[in-house]
Design a protein around this ligand. Structure first.
Ligand SMILES: NC(=O)c1ccc[n+]([C@@H]2O[C@H](COP(=O)([O-])OP(=O)(O)OC[C@H]3O[C@@H](n4cnc5c(N)ncnc54)[C@H](OP(=O)(O)O)[C@@H]3O)[C@@H](O)[C@H]2O)c1
Length: 293
């Protein structure tokens, strides 16, 4: 938890993945705190800077930029877009952070079992690397982001939404809540050298047909989730232009949803934030426009 008596005015927090879903929300929130934020991007000019937010170029293909970006940083938030370069890139930044004397890393990982499925296996490799370091860290393991439903927007509008998730239960978390938990972990003054993991979920589980029911109420028209086999869904994804890697990732998610692998509900978000986690209905309500015809 945040030690309100700690002097954070000089605290320098580097944020990797600052232009991503979680990173962007985190930078916006930290900008209101008495800290200096260094937002990292391959394209630093895309970052909106201010008195408390500075931008720095960090390009994993240019390792010197990583060490430079870590100079003077006290804490690091580590997020990286899903990519087959993720393991090498995150470990390179961890190396730079350890070399530069960063005291605590908050790493965005994923909730899920040890498995060969990407990206879970990638996160396991990065977490295992972190575990062998002399550095404090907090691993954030969120369930699937509710923003995943962004992919359903056009199909719902066109009445073609479906997949291979069946009636499986999944707990979906709002990525804004993940960002707020990351902020708490980054500002924690009490256990800097601690190595810990937080399992983060939304307040309840849903099935895809239940999401369709909620959308039907909100849109005031019938929305259905069409049940497909994996082979049917694969063919549709490939035909719509998804790469093999993205198709496999999406089919992997459908499988995990169908089998209820991410159906665990934890109270960690509300324990740390002092308010309930945002619900799927709240996210659908905030994002309803995209589901309309
Ligand atoms: N989606 C889910 O349901 C879910 C659930 C749990 C965990 N996660 C984890 O969340 C992480 C992604 O976080 P996010 O959604 O906030 O990020 P995101 O929106 O996918 O954004 C990707 C970020 O990674 C940065 N990046 C830098 N170098 C990259 C490279 N070579 N390839 C790809 N991205 C690169 C990008 O920065 P620049 O382009 O500015 O350089 C960008 O800020 C992944 O590790 C994923 O496994 C996702």
């Amino acid at each position: 938890m945040v030690n309100q008596t700690g002097n954070r005015s000089q605290l320098r927090i580097a944020v990797a993945g600052a232009t991503g879903r979680v990173g962007r929300a985190l930078v916006a929130r930290l900008a209101k705190d008495p800290v200096q934020v260094v937002a990292l991007s391959r394209n630093a000019s895309s970052i909106a800077t201010s008195a408390s937010v500075q931008a720095a170029e960090a390009d994993f293909d240019k390792p010197s930029t990583l060490l430079e970006a870590m100079q003077g940083a006290d804490r690091l938030f580590l997020a990286h877009g899903t990519s087959d370069r993720q393991v090498a890139n995150e470990i390179a930044l961890i190396d730079a952070a350890v070399t530069a004397g960063v005291s605590h890393i908050v790493k965005l990982s994923a909730m899920g079992p040890p498995t060969r499925l990407h990206p879970f296996d990638w996160h396991m490799q990065i977490e295992a690397n972190l575990a062998g370091r002399e550095i404090g860290y907090t691993v954030l393991r969120p369930s699937s982001f509710v923003d995943t439903l962004n992919r359903a927007k056009a199909p719902v509008a066109e009445a073609t939404w479906g997949g291979a998730a069946g009636d499986g239960l999944v707990n979906l978390i709002d990525s804004r809540d993940v960002a707020e938990v990351a902020r708490v972990a980054l500002l924690d003054e009490l256990f800097l050298s601690s190595q810990r993991a937080y399992h983060l979920t939304g307040p309840a589980c849903v099935t895809m047909p239940q999401v369709a029911e909620e959308l039907s109420k909100l849109l005031d028209r019938p929305v259905t989730y069409q049940h497909r086999t994996r082979a049917e869904q694969r063919a549709l994804l490939i035909a719509s232009g998804s790469s093999e890697m993205v198709t496999d990732l999406l089919l992997g998610l459908d499988r995990i949803f169908r089998e209820g692998v991410l159906a665990e509900t934890t109270t960690t978000v509300s324990d740390l934030l002092g308010r309930p986690a945002r619900s799927v209905v709240q996210w659908l309500t905030d994002n309803l426009n995209g589901f309309m015809k």
